[in-house]
Design a protein around this ligand. Structure first.
Ligand code: PNS
Length: 155
């Protein structure tokens, strides 16, 4: 069985994340979505809330974990074979390329890059939050449950 992990901040999950996770699910026996718990980033949603959003989207059909510290240690604990990352553009590539090499050096784990589907490649969690904060429509950018969570969170 080949186990893949899609790690990220997911604050909040977007349609771009769903694109990546769905495509990874079609390729691997098991996909674990790993939500980072990094309080220094001052997220809009707690790690538990972000994990719960994924559970609302996927039900019991997906494994969701929350981790702190080094990703590769969490991946090792979960017996992960490959990390899967979405690449939207050259900026993502520069950053992810470096992390992929570091993660491989640290633990031997491989990283697979998937080019984000063009229809969602402009979406980022930070832009979604900005649009939502300013009262703009986010329905085409995030799953329905996330849209509702944003509405509840923002005045
Ligand atoms: O959604 P993001 O913010 O792009 O996700 C980045 C994430 C969480 C995958 C990355 O920051 C990460 O792996 N953090 C864990 C800390 C770590 O392992 N750092 C060394 C990376 S080489």
């Amino acid at each position: 069985m080949t186990i893949a992990m899609c790690p990220g901040s997911f604050d909040p999950p977007t349609s771009g994340h769903i694109d990546l996770i769905d495509r990874a699910r079609a390729m691997f026996d098991k996909v674990i979505v790993a939500v980072i718990d990094n309080p220094s980033k001052r997220p809009m949603f707690t790690p538990t809330e972000r994990a719960e959003l994924f559970r609302e989207i996927y039900g019991d059909t997906i494994d969701v974990t929350i981790f702190q510290g080094l990703l590769v240690e969490h991946a090792r604990d979960m017996e992960v074979d490959v990390l899967v990352k979405g690449i939207r553009n050259g900026i993502d590539f520069e950053y992810e390329f470096q992390m992929a090499h570091m993660n491989r050096r640290l633990s031997g784990v491989e990283t697979l890059f998937l080019p984000t589907s063009p229809s969602v490649s402009y979406i980022s969690s930070s832009l979604v939050k900005e649009v939502a904060r300013l009262g703009g429509p986010v329905s085409s950018l995030v799953p329905d449950v996330v849209e509702n969570a944003l509405k509840e969170r923002l005045p």
